[in-house]
Write a protein that binds this ligand. Structure first.
Ligand SMILES: C[S@@+](CC[C@H](N)C(=O)[O-])C[C@H]1O[C@@H](n2cnc3c(N)ncnc32)[C@H](O)[C@@H]1O
Length: 276
């Protein structure tokens, strides 16, 4: 469905969600939001956007259900394993070049991405893990609390042991109790979690590797650039950037980067990020 064919009631509903429920719908892609809203409408039996809007006003449980449906926290350990083989090479190169390589997992969700970076550093004999400093950030305080806990469970659709398969012996990095996997202290000690908004927050500085994956697939075109601008400004010259496998660098940023492995969306910053 094109944007034009969505009725005004859809946009009124989004305005209500942004103003009253505190979820910034204006940053997200309309098609993505529509899929989420439509799925809640089917579940709740609402016939159209206006009826669903009324339901939201009167039903707190439905408000919570819609916010849950909007949440984009999907992640895994070693998501897209072939990308992680290249991240291993990047970590080796950084470990050889720098006293204390600084790594940022930006939009880290429940921590499985930064913990994968930490586990890989500990696992690889060519990476001096105790010198690697990993910062992990997300906008969502609840997901950051879960990340700090570092406890993950097998479910019908999630096999944590399988996600950890890129490691020779994952039991060095997680304690398993039935279906629960708790990340061990030596892994946790390499990662510091903090809250950060990639659209409105300030850039950071002097990172040697920034991994920012699978956020801007959900974000509307207008807000992709600010995210990648923040991330790019946070990198040292010569630093590496990894974006999601199905994501692309916006045109205005391309001159500042050269591809390391184009297919896997791994880039090296070679110039300044200058935007008009
Ligand atoms: C799909 S997850 C990606 C997790 C991980 N990077 C991966 O690829 O598996 C997207 C994350 O982006 C976070 N997020 C959404 N908007 C954000 C913003 N403006 N700044 C920082 N993080 C944001 C969400 O809370 C969510 O945890």
């Amino acid at each position: 469905m094109s944007t034009d064919s969505r009725p005004a009631a859809f946009f009124q509903l989004l305005d209500y969600v942004e103003a009253e429920l505190g979820f910034a719908t204006s940053y997200y892609d309309d098609a993505y939001l529509d899929r989420r809203v439509s799925s809640r409408m089917r579940r709740s039996g609402a016939e159209d956007y206006a009826e669903y809007h009324e339901l939201l006003r009167s039903d707190e449980d439905e408000r919570t259900a819609l916010l849950d449906a909007f949440s984009v926290n999907v992640t895994s350990f070693f998501r897209n394993p072939e990308v992680w083989e290249e991240i291993r090479s990047v970590l080796r190169a950084l470990s050889a070049e720098h006293d204390r390589p600084a790594v940022w997992s930006a939009a880290c969700s429940d921590g499985r991405e930064p913990y994968s970076l930490a586990m890989l550093s500990l696992d690889d004999p060519e990476v001096e893990a105790d010198r690697v400093a990993i910062t992990a950030t997300d906008i969502d305080p609840e997901i950051l609390a879960a990340a700090r806990e570092g406890v993950y469970e097998n479910t019908r659709t999630t096999d944590i042991g399988e996600q950890l398969a890129p490691l020779d012996d994952y039991e060095r990095y997680v304690e398993r109790d039935g279906e629960r996997f708790s990340v061990t202290d030596p892994v946790k000690e390499l990662v510091s979690f903090e809250s950060h908004d990639l659209i409105n927050g300030d850039p950071k500085s002097n990172f040697d590797l920034v991994v920012c994956r699978n956020l801007f697939i959900y974000i509307d075109t207008e807000h992709k650039l600010p995210i990648l601008e923040t991330v790019s400004k946070s990198l040292s010259r010569g630093g590496y950037l990894v974006i999601g496998k199905t994501e692309t660098l916006p045109e205005p940023l391309k001159p500042a980067f050269e591809p390391v492995v184009r297919r896997l969306r791994i880039y090296k910053k070679t110039g300044n990020v200058r935007l008009d």
